[in-house]
Design a protein around this ligand. Structure first.
Ligand SMILES: Cc1cc2nc3c(=O)[nH]c(=O)nc-3n(C[C@H](O)[C@H](O)[C@H](O)COP(=O)(O)O)c2cc1C
Length: 189
């Protein structure tokens, strides 16, 4: 009789919808702080996270273009929201709506740090983004990030929307998320 090694199954971590995940990085994306829930969900210890590049929790199902857009935006001192699939240490994953916010020194006008506020993503947002991200990844494998950027631009144009409008609509930013991210900013700034 032959024994078969079972294929590892990626488990989804169901986040507590009442809790939030916050992390802060330096201007280059190296982790400087994570709140208790960030540490707990990551599966790492706080000491293992601090000083690491934030890509330590990057999930391979996330297309490169999402992070490129995010960095382009925050490097200009502007916020951006994204639906993100993150990877925990043991290979399990969780979906979050994330608001990335740069902090600019009012005197030098230079970016000092970045903060990310996250909450469990609504199921409809996950269901919408899964095929879009899969398509973007497929395109990136063939034609790189320029090709996925072009596809994304075309997708938004076809839907007569902008990235921000699309995400706002998807996660209901007008309501709870907006209030929540507003509160978080006051707490962590
Ligand atoms: C404040 C802040 C929070 C971030 N949070 C995440 C995150 O939750 N998940 C993630 O994959 N990348 C996050 N990033 C982006 C990473 O720095 C990185 O750009 C991304 O993981 C892609 O990694 P790669 O360029 O090495 O592929 C964050 C960056 C900043 C500045």
């Amino acid at each position: 009789m032959t024994t078969q090694t079972p294929t590892p199954i990626e488990n989804e971590i169901k986040l507590n919808p009442k809790r939030y995940i916050v992390s802060k990085t330096d201007s280059k994306g190296f982790i400087e702080y994570g709140n208790d829930y960030f540490v707990e969900i990551s599966g790492y210890t706080e000491a293992q996270l601090i000083g690491q590049p934030h890509s330590i929790i990057r999930h391979p199902d996330m297309p490169k273009i999402v992070f490129k857009m995010m960095w382009d935006r925050i490097n200009k001192g502007q916020n951006i929201m994204a639906v993100v699939k993150n990877l925990a240490k043991d290979g399990s994953y969780y979906w979050v709506v994330t608001e990335f916010e740069p902090k600019v020194d009012p005197i030098t006008n230079k970016i000092i740090s970045h903060t990310a506020f996250r909450k469990a993503a609504p199921q409809n947002a996950i269901d919408t983004m899964v095929p879009i991200y899969a398509k973007l990844i497929e395109i990136e494998k063939e034609g790189g990030i320029q090709a996925s950027e072009k596809y994304l631009r075309g997708f938004l144009e076809d839907n007569n929307t902008t990235y921000d409008e699309f995400i706002d609509k998807l996660v209901g930013n007008k309501g709870l998320f907006k209030i929540f991210f507003g509160m978080m900013k006051k707490l962590f700034s």
